[in-house]
Design a protein around this ligand. Structure first.
Ligand SMILES: NC(=O)c1ccc[n+]([C@@H]2O[C@H](COP(=O)([O-])OP(=O)(O)OC[C@H]3O[C@@H](n4cnc5c(N)ncnc54)[C@H](O)[C@@H]3O)[C@@H](O)[C@H]2O)c1
Ligand SMILES: [Zn+2]
Ligand SMILES: [Zn+2]
Length: 348
């Protein structure tokens, strides 16, 4: 099969022929149709210090994908050949305390598809049957199916705290922040403000339904608050940039008792005004991955019940390229001015 491959500990990928993966007794083999390009893939491609410390080679990267089941191991239940699925990329141990309690997203031994084992920038990928999410809704296109992983990040974060009637601040209008706008709207938020420093992404954010898209290189958030007629600050914060200044500005602009869910992954330690966190009685909650599998259930259910949400989330996919054009796709993703970039593995 054709696959993007990192042969050793150095920058770059190559499109090469690799042996097809063989499913174990409880695995499914999936013919990959679409794979999303994520920031993690850009780190692995660039072979930056994070990748050097966390990624073993050789590796086929890719963890955001959709495809058709072509083979199922003898012990696989409830999934059959021909099913269309998205992949949950976090493979959990099943036996640690959290796994046994049903809190799989908190497994202490999580292994990531396309990061620590071979992934889905390839014509075929193998995952445990429990990691495949079967789509029963024909409106889920292969492109939309490929972004269930990052959509799940947005849903997990946005639904961490009740949003009905709340004023919400989202920092970072990358693909995940953009989807979070649509989810917050669905979940009943009153005012939604989103920040970024990219004019094109802020434009996309307005189309997602944000009440205000703030370029923080030009406007302070207290001015945004005034324009939104907020008297006491934001109730809920969703940090989706991983930037120190964004987190500090968020803490500065929350109401007392405000709640913040943190998804963005900072590249280094961040100093914050902990005195303000304490005296303003803020709650900070880290978010990793998707809840297995309540987030997946919520994603499918919300897309099915809300056509506007379906349209908005689909609109976050701004570029679909044949897998043979992977290098151009990675360049577009690295530019960081559009939405999600998806590779089509049926065109290789
Ligand atoms: N916790 C998890 O499980 C998980 C999973 C996926 C991604 N992430 C992280 O979530 C974040 C969002 O992911 P994404 O794919 O949308 O990333 P992205 O890098 O495309 O988006 C981040 C956005 O933040 C913007 N930004 C830069 N400086 C800013 C500032 N000062 N204020 C506001 N915005 C600023 C950037 O212009 C960019 O548009 C990233 O940090 C990513 O690493 C975490
Ligand atoms: Zn990802
Ligand atoms: Zn576990």
């Amino acid at each position: 099969m054709k696959a993007l491959f990192k042969s050793g500990p150095q920058p770059g990928f190559e499109l090469v022929d690799r042996p097809e993966p063989v499913p174990g007794d409880r695995d499914v083999k999936i013919r990959v149709m679409t794979t999303g390009i994520c920031g993690t893939d850009l780190h692995i491609q660039a072979w930056d210090p994070w990748a050097q410390a966390n990624v073993p080679t050789p590796l086929v990267p890719g963890h955001e994908f959709y495809g058709e089941v072509v083979e199922a191991g003898p012990l696989v239940q409830d999934i059959k050949v021909g099913d269309r699925v998205s992949g949950e990329g976090h493979i959990v141990c099943g036996t640690c305390r959290n796994c046994r309690a049903g809190r799989r997203q908190m497994c202490i031994r999580t292994v990531s598809v396309g990061v620590q084992r071979d992934g889905a920038f390839a014509e075929y990928v193998v995952i445990p049957d429990t990691n495949a999410w079967v789509h029963h809704d024909e409106s889920i296109t292969p492109e939309l199916g490929a972004i269930f992983d990052p959509f799940g990040n947005a849903v997990h974060t946005a639904l961490s705290f009740p949003l009905v009637g709340e004023d919400v601040l989202i920092t970072g209008a990358g693909p995940i922040g953009l989807m979070a706008v649509a989810v917050a709207r669905h979940a009943g938020a009153r005012k939604i403000a989103i920040t970024d420093v990219s004019a094109s992404r802020l434009e996309l954010a307005k189309r997602m339904g944000a009440d205000m898209a703030v370029d923080v290189s030009r406007m302070h958030l207290d001015e945004a608050q005034a324009q939104l007629h907020l008297a006491e600050g934001f109730d809920i914060g969703l940090e989706m940039s991983g930037r120190a200044s964004a987190l500090r500005e968020m803490i500065d602009n929350m109401t007392h008792g405000g709640r913040i869910a943190l998804l963005g992954l900072p590249a280094e330690e961040i100093a914050v005004d902990w005195g303000k966190v304490v005296t303003h009685m803020l709650t900070l909650k880290g978010i990793y991955g998707r809840e297995m599998f309540e987030t997946w259930y919520a994603m499918s259910a919300m897309l099915q019940s809300n056509p506007q949400l379906h349209e908005a989330v689909s609109g976050v996919i701004t570029d679909v390229l044949p897998a043979s054009g992977w290098a151009a796709g990675f360049e577009i993703a690295r530019e960081g001015s559009g939405g999600k970039v998806v590779l089509d593995w049926t065109r290789i």
